[in-house]
Design a protein around this ligand. Structure first.
Ligand code: ATP
Length: 389
């Protein structure tokens, strides 16, 4: 039962303000510190040039849960992590964190650049509350997991960004924390190390509360048990079905479709449903995809559908992969077995089957798939299940 598990992170009505202007920020910082020293309450209203970077944020994470934070740049994700980790104080509200906390917040933060990797392991572990003997016992595992090899005895300032992430993650993960805070850092590691981290997170999350910030909705879907969508310091949605708000989140972005057919063999591409031109459709419905070229082509054409993370999800080939000979192409009754989200087309025009590319046209228009549920995979196949006793 979910409720049986202990709440390890509790964020209650947390707000945090910052000043846009550096001089004001320093002046307010001194004012706030002075008030604190004299036991006076923090100034709750916004002063000139201040804004709420976090505005009444509430959530809790239990042992065994991993919460993904999603939001545009500046939404307040890192600020909430820094408050949870005790690096920042909230102006309003309260954060309660139980147990040993390991945080991977800023690349290389927490490392002393002039010390070696090995020395930094001891430093980091002692911050996490481990004794020298406990760290000695874990040392080989940490070094082996990081795959840093002989660089472990080189100063951390000589490490690449990926190496810093490897070391930081290895210390945090091997020390079996109760709370693990991860801010975007996995994006820096190579794919092999990232997969190793994901596998380790899967193990850790059984007995730990994890908060994970990422701009990759796919990674959040893969790792997290629930997600929280933030915008301008506010939580706009949370839960394990964030479909609607995720779509709204996509809408908040300016439309970047900028297909300019000038000089291209493709003069237009659009989709229709029941004969009407549309730019949003319901999941599982049928659409026709229409393409028009500048002249009659004798070529092999394929269309690739990309999701919002630019991940190719479907390639549509002409049946039997024969070449297309004509000026217009209509792909009839294409089934939109896609989860809600925004998808864009890329069209490849090839000379022959495995021959050179004549033209590769990317981002030639997009459409939105609407739906109630948000399933964590780009493609949905409805299939009868043979259920047996
Ligand atoms: N020390 C600071 N002083 C002033 N403003 C700050 C400070 N730290 C953060 N901010 C501002 O607070 C807002 C939230 O920043 P935050 O770093 O939490 O966003 P984020 O969601 O993590 O963004 P990103 O996805 O770019 O990492 C932004 O407008 C940012 O400019």
């Amino acid at each position: 039962m979910k409720e049986d598990k202990e709440v390890l992170i509790k964020v209650e009505g947390v707000s945090k303000k910052f000043a846009r202007n550096l001089r004001k920020s320093l002046r307010y910082g001194v004012q706030d510190l002075t008030r604190e020293v004299f036991g006076m309450a923090r100034v709750e209203q916004l002063r000139k040039s201040e804004f709420w970077a976090l505005d009444d944020v509430n959530f809790e994470i239990r042992r065994g849960e991993c919460l993904g934070l999603i939001g545009h740049n500046g939404a307040g994700k890192s600020t909430i992590l820094k408050i949870i980790n005790g690096l920042l104080k909230p102006d309003k509200g309260r954060v309660t964190v139980k147990g040993k906390v390991a945080a991977l917040i800023e690349l290389g933060a927490g490392f002393n650049p002039i010390l070696t990797g090995r020395e930094n392991i001891y430093n980091n572990a002692s911050v996490l509350g481990f004794t020298k003997e406990e760290t000695d016992a874990k040392l080989d595992d940490i070094i082996a997991f990081s795959e840093i090899g002989e660089f472990i005895d080189a100063p951390v300032q000589s490490y690449s960004s990926g190496m810093k992430v490897r070391l930081g993650f290895s210390v945090a993960a091997q020390m079996d924390p109760d709370v693990l805070i991860i801010d975007e850092v996995l994006a820096v590691g190579d794919v092999f190390f990232r997969n190793k981290c994901i596998a380790r997170i899967d193990q850790l999350k059984k007995n730990c509360a994890i908060i994970f910030v990422s701009h990759s909705i796919n990674l959040v879907g893969r790792i997290c048990t629930a997600a929280l969508v933030m915008d301008k310091g506010k939580v706009v949605d949370s839960g394990n079905s964030i479909g609607e708000s995720y779509l709204k989140f996509l809408e908040l972005r300016p439309n970047t479709d900028s297909y300019n057919p000038e000089g291209s063999l493709l003069s237009s591409i659009h989709i229709t449903q029941d004969g009407q031109r549309v730019d949003q459709v319901h999941a599982y419905s049928l659409i026709d995809i229409h393409m028009e070229f500048t002249h009659k082509l004798d070529a092999y054409i394929n269309i690739v559908l990309f999701d919002i993370s630019q991940r190719p999800v479907i390639t549509i080939l002409h049946e039997d992969y024969n070449n297309v000979n004509g000026k217009r192409i209509v792909i009839k009754d294409f089934a939109v077995n896609l989860v809600p989200g925004k998808y864009s087309f890329s069209v490849n025009i090839n000379k022959g089957r495995n021959d050179s590319v004549i033209e590769k046209i990317t981002e030639v228009g997009s459409f939105k798939v609407l739906g109630e549920d948000f399933l964590w995979s780009p493609l949905v196949i409805k299939q009868d299940f043979d259920v047996q006793e």
